[in-house]
Write a protein that binds this ligand. Sequence first.
Ligand SMILES: Cc1ncc(COP(=O)(O)O)c(C=O)c1O
Length: 486
Amino acid sequence: MKSATTSRGGSRISDLPIALDSSIRNQSARVHAALRSAIVEGRLQAGLQLPSSRSLAEQLGVRRNAIVAAYEHLASDGLLDARHGAGTYVAKDLPMPVGEASPVELSFAPPRRRAFALGHTFVEDDILRRLGGYLRHHVLTAGAEEIGYGDPRGSARLRAEIAQHLAVHRGVRCDPECIMIVSGTQHALRLCVEALLARGDAIWMENPGYYATQATLRTAGLKLVPVAVDDEGIDVAAGLCMKVKARAAYVTPSHQFPTGVTMSMRRRIALIDWARANESWIIEDDYDSEYRFAGPPLTALAGIGGERVIYVGTFTKILFAGLRLAYMVLPPEIAARVIAIRATLDRFPPRFMQDAVADLLADGSLARHTRRMRGRYREARDAVVATLREAAGDALQLYGPVQGLHLVASLPGGLSRDDAVRIRASANVDAKLLSETRLTAAGPEGFILGYSGHPLGELREAARRLGQAAREAVGKQPRPRPRPKR
Ligand SMILES: Cc1ncc(COP(=O)(O)O)c(C=O)c1O
């Protein structure tokens, strides 16, 4: 590559470090593409003077007109600065970053897979075969309506099935017109924020609470107000004491994440009264009510205080996370607003999978699958509880839930987050820590143990390792000194 100094003080290259892509048929497009990548990748630096069109045409063996056209195109892209009579330069203020491509830093952590990782489910071949069969059928028989743009709320058939399911199992009576299919709980939350809240608005959050929701709402610019959870669920009185005007509250009343507490009726009524008095919204995340191991299913909050409650349900637990199908039930007053927002984001959800899931609901196979899984998860819960009790003794206090797919094992006071991290590492498990779900520093430490989607033998082994590691850590604790006798 030959270079020289130009009258503008920059350098000039007579032989450009570019190669033409022969698969591009048009000569000027070929030159444009080669120069464009050389500039964007930083091989041609800002301010550098390019050769004349005649000289570059000779170097590259193309028509001069092709160089002139490519230079003009690059100037209109903002990548070249061509001044009549003064030569052609790589633009000083390039509109896009140039230089060495640096590795992209992703904040995304790969999903955890070892024993106790949350978010896994068992999916039997039979249900997958059925789902695949229905999906194939819908794709192969798709008409103009299925192939074109669709309703922002999603498939009418799936919405009708969900409405029926909610009426029978969750005590929620709703019009399918007010149901919207979304691609997961976080998607539902973002839609609520877009339609109903503004950046900087305060929202009550259960503390401890669902870490993914915390991240979603924080990213959406909301101010998270930690409200304590006790054995009746979110403490509404404590929330009122915070003296922050919250525009919404996010709650998991049927099975508080992570503590497993079911919100008492007293608290439900207090929360609904608060929402009505303050014209605030309650976002009810009802994520695992299909897996209740004892007693009748509880009526969802939306079945009691409907007009202030946005109900969010998901297929992640009854089927699997990769499905990316969830739904929200919108109070009629806000339905049009949320629908309009959704139409401006991803327009509407993918059609075929929704119809296939509607078929699984309609033919009863999803209900049968859920029943079988309920038995399997109950067995997993019991195995983990029994093994941990035996291995940990008093070193872990267990809260065996009557619902859901995880349990909490807390450490005695005096053990720190660092101790918990060490115990987790020594047990070689993917348990989440209680402190990882808290918005405030103080509070008990312990483990959140997902028992769904992991083989029973692995769970037993992992529970044994975790119990022993906890017992050893507690054994190393200095004993409290006896009080001196007076
Ligand atoms: C509290 C809570 N809400 C919702 C979900 C489901 O989220 P999604 O529908 O985005 O898969 C989970 C999944 O683990 C959860 O723990």
